[in-house]
Design a binder for this molecule. Structure first.
Ligand SMILES: NC(=O)C1=CN([C@@H]2O[C@H](COP(=O)(O)OP(=O)(O)OC[C@H]3O[C@@H](n4cnc5c(N)ncnc54)[C@H](O)[C@@H]3O)[C@@H](O)[C@H]2O)[C@@H](O)CC1
Length: 472
C-alpha cells in the first residue's frame, strides 16, 4: 500500500460505489434530479459515502448528507461534496430515492449507537420520486453488524442494532458478515468492487465462499478409462426397518454423485432395492465388501445393533460421513477410541441441535468459530447445517455455502446431502472439498426443485440430476 498515494483506495471505492448508485437511480427515474441521502459517520466509511455523493451530485442528483458526528466527518469528503453542490442536513429529509449508509464500516463495533439507531428505524418511511420506499445501499457492510462473525446485535428492547440494506457495495473483499450469520440477510444483494487490493492480499482468507467455478473445477469427470470401481464405490449404512426412507434418500443422494457403484448395508435393503435396483445391498456393514467411503447414521437408530454397525464403519480405513443417529451415538464418548485411532478423514454433518449435543453448547452467533472449534476438537471436518451452511476443518480453514435456501428445511434433505457427500469422498475428493461441493450442489438442487412447487426430500434428490447436468 505504501506505493499508493493517500486516498487512492477511497477514491476507487467511492467511484465504484457511485457507479452502482447511478444504476439504481436510473431504475428510479434517472440520476439527474434524483434525491440522495448520505448517512455519514465519523470514519472512512463515511468518507466513501461523501465522495460517492460528490460524484452523484456532479451528475445532477440532489445530494444531502446527514452527519452523525459533524465534528469528525471526513473533512476532504465534506469538501468534495460541498464543491459538487451537495449540502448537509440536520434530520431525515422529506424525500429520498436512495440512502447511502456510511455510518460505520469495518471499523464499527457493538451495534448502532444513538442517534444512528433511532434514525435507521425511520428509514422505512422515506419515499422516493416514484412513491416507492427509498433504496438503501450499505457502504462496504451494513452498519452495526459484527463484521467478522455475521452476528446482528439487538438492544435491550429486542430491536436489531443494525441497518437493513437492499444492496451492499463491498470493497476489495467479501467480509464474513456479508455471507454468514444473520447479517447476511441485512446485506441484501452483495456486490464487490475491485479496488486493486490484489497484490496486497497475502496469506489465506479466513473464509472461502464456495463458487460455481470451484464446483466445475473439482467435480470428478468421466474419462475413456472410467469403470465402475475406478470411479469409486460408496457404502451407505443408514435407515432401518423403522426408518427405511432415510436409507432410500441417502442412497438417492449417493447415486447422484460421481461414484460408479453404491453398496447399501442395513435392514432397509428391500426398500432400497425396490427404489434403486442398481444398488448392491446386504444386511450388515461387515458383509458389504470393499468401499472407498462410508455414509453412516440417519435413521439407523441408537441401539446396540446400530452401535455395532457404527463401530464397524469406523474401523474401515476409508473416509466416513457421520450424520444424525451416528452423531447421537458419539455423544456419550463410548466411540472415542474408534475416532481417535482413525487415520482416514471423518466428516460430521450436524444441525444446530446435534451440534449442541456434541459440544454441550449452541453454535451461537459466530457459526464459523463454532464449526472450527468442533472440527479441532473432533479432528473432523464439520459441516454445520444452516441457511448458510458453514464448513470448518481441523486445520482452521472455513467455507461458507452461498446456495442455501429455506426450502431445504424439510425432513430427509439431510439424508440426500450425506449420500452425495459420501459419493464425492469415495470418488477421491479431499474431505473439505467434498463437503463444500456437496453443500453447494444440494443448495442448487433445493432451488431447482422449488421452481416446480413445494419441495420434499425426494424432489431434492431428483433435482440433483439437472443441476449436475449444468456443470458441463
Ligand atoms: N481499509 C481500506 O483499505 C479501505 C477502507 N475503506 C473504507 O473505510 C472503512 C473503514 O474505515 P474506518 O477504519 O475509519 O472505520 P469506520 O468508518 O468503519 O468506523 C470507525 C469510526 O466509527 C466509530 N464507531 C465504531 N463503532 C461504532 C458504532 N457502533 N456506532 C457508531 N460509531 C462507531 C469509531 O469511533 C470510529 O470513529 C471501510 O469499511 C471502507 O468503507 C475504503 O475507503 C477503501 C479502502
Amino acid at each position: 500500500m505504501a506505493t499508493l498515494p493517500a486516498g487512492t483506495l477511497m477514491a476507487r471505492a467511492a467511484a465504484g460505489l457511485a457507479r452502482r448508485c447511478a444504476l439504481l437511480l436510473a431504475d428510479r427515474g434517472g440520476v439527474y434530479g434524483g434525491r440522495v441521502l448520505l448517512l455519514v459517520g465519523s470514519g472512512d466509511n463515511g468518507g466513501d459515502a461523501l465522495f460517492a455523493g460528490a460524484h452523484l451530485a456532479r451528475r445532477g442528483a440532489a445530494v444531502e448528507a446527514l452527519l452523525l458526528s459533524p465534528g469528525q466527518a471526513h473533512a476532504d469528503g465534506r469538501a468534495a461534496l460541498r464543491a459538487a453542490g451537495g449540502r448537509t442536513v440536520d434530520d431525515l429529509p422529506a424525500r429520498a430515492d436512495l440512502v447511502l449508509d456510511g455510518i460505520v464500516g469495518i471499523g464499527g463495533s457493538g451495534g448502532l449507537r444513538e442517534p444512528a439507531a433511532r434514525l435507521v428505524q425511520r428509514l422505512g418511511n422515506l419515499r422516493g420520486r416514484d412513491g416507492g420506499r427509498a433504496t438503501v445501499v450499505a457502504v462496504d457492510v451494513p452498519s452495526g453488524v459484527a463484521v467478522d462473525t455475521g452476528h446482528v446485535p439487538h438492544d435491550t428492547a429486542g430491536r436489531p442494532g443494525a441497518l437493513r440494506a437492499d444492496v451492499t457495495v463491498a470493497f476489495g473483499a467479501l467480509k464474513p458478515a456479508l455471507v454468514v450469520g444473520d447479517a447476511a440477510a441485512y446485506a441484501g444483494q452483495v456486490e464487490l468492487v475491485d479496488i486493486g487490493l490484489g497484490p496486497w492480499l497475502r496469506g489465506t482468507p479466513v473464509l472461502h465462499v464456495t463458487e460455481f467455478s470451484d464446483v466445475v473445477d473439482d467435480w470428478p469427470r468421466l474419462g475413456p478409462r472410467s469403470e465402475k470401481y475406478t470411479r469409486g464405490v460408496v457404502g451407505v449404512a443408514t435407515g432401518s426397518a423403522t426408518y427405511p426412507g432415510a436409507a432410500v434418500l441417502s442412497v438417492a443422494g449417493a447415486l447422484a454423485g460421481p461414484t460408479g457403484l453404491v453398496r447399501y448395508a442395513g435392514t432397509a435393503a428391500a426398500e432400497v432395492l425396490h427404489r434403486h435396483p442398481s444398488v448392491i445391498a446386504t444386511g450388515r456393514v461387515a458383509d458389504a465388501g470393499r468401499v472407498q467411503a462410508w455414509v453412516c447414521g440417519s435413521g439407523l437408530g441408537t441401539g446396540a445393533e446400530a452401535a455395532a454397525e457404527l463401530r464397524t464403519v469406523l474401523a474401515a480405513p476409508v473416509p466416513v460421513v457421520l450424520d444424525a443417529d451416528a452423531l447421537t451415538m458419539l455423544v456419550d464418548g463410548s466411540m472415542a477410541d474408534r475416532l481417535r485411532d482413525r487415520d482416514a478423514p471423518i466428516v460430521v454433518t450436524p444441525h444446530d441441535r446435534e451440534y449442541a449435543r456434541l459440544c454441550g453448547e449452541e453454535p451461537g452467533a459466530d457459526r464459523v468459530g463454532a464449526a472450527l472449534r468442533l472440527a479441532a476438537w473432533m479432528n473432523a471436518v464439520v459441516l454445520l447445517k444452516g441457511d448458510r451452511t458453514v464448513i470448518g476443518t481441523p486445520a482452521g480453514r472455513a467455507y461458507v455455502n452461498p446456495t442455501g435456501t429455506p426450502v431445504l428445511a424439510t425432513g430427509g434433505t439431510g439424508d440426500v446431502l450425506a449420500g452425495l457427500l459420501g459419493s464425492l469422498l469415495a470418488a477421491g475428493l479431499p474431505a473439505e472439498r467434498a463437503a463444500a461441493l456437496a453443500a453447494y450442489l444440494h443448495g442448487l438442487a433445493g432451488r431447482e426443485a422449488a421452481r416446480h412447487g413445494p419441495v420434499t426430500a425426494p424432489d431434492v434428490a431428483a433435482a440433483l440430476r439437472p443441476v449436475l447436468a449444468g456443470l458441463g
